[in-house]
Design a protein around this ligand. Structure first.
Ligand SMILES: [Zn+2]
Length: 102
C-alpha cells in the first residue's frame, strides 16, 4: 500500500478518505532568439563552445549548469492545497512571516 504524506506540512495522507492533491510545476527558460546582434553573429560560437566543453571535461568537479527546465511534483493535503492556490508564490506568507497558523 502506498503511503502519502503532504510535501508541505508532512501530514499523513494514506488513503483513508482524506483528500489528496497533486501539484505539478514546470519552470523553463525562454530563449531570447530575436535579440541577436551583429556582434553575436561575428563571434565563433562553435569554437567557443568547444573550448568551454573542453574546459568542463578537464575540471575535476562536475559542472553545475543552471537547468533550463525543471519539473516537480508534490503531494498536498487539503489545507496546503488551499493555501497554495490562494498564494502560489508564497508572497503573502513572506510578507507576514510572523503569522502563526495556530
Ligand atoms: Zn499539508
Amino acid at each position: 500500500m502506498m503511503h502519502y504524506s503532504c510535501d508541505f506540512c508532512g501530514k499523513d495522507m494514506t488513503p483513508d478518505g482524506s483528500e489528496r492533491y497533486v501539484l505539478k510545476m514546470e519552470a523553463f527558460a525562454t530563449a531570447p532568439t530575436a535579440e541577436l546582434t551583429d556582434d553575436d553573429l561575428e563571434t565563433d560560437h562553435v569554437e567557443e563552445m568547444a573550448r568551454l566543453l573542453c574546459e568542463m571535461e578537464d575540471a575535476d568537479e562536475e559542472p553545475q549548469p543552471v537547468p533550463t527546465c525543471v519539473k516537480k511534483r508534490f503531494d498536498l493535503c487539503c489545507g496546503c492545497f488551499r493555501r497554495f492556490v490562494r498564494d502560489p508564490l508564497g508572497r503573502e506568507t513572506a510578507a507576514k512571516f510572523d503569522f502563526s497558523p495556530n
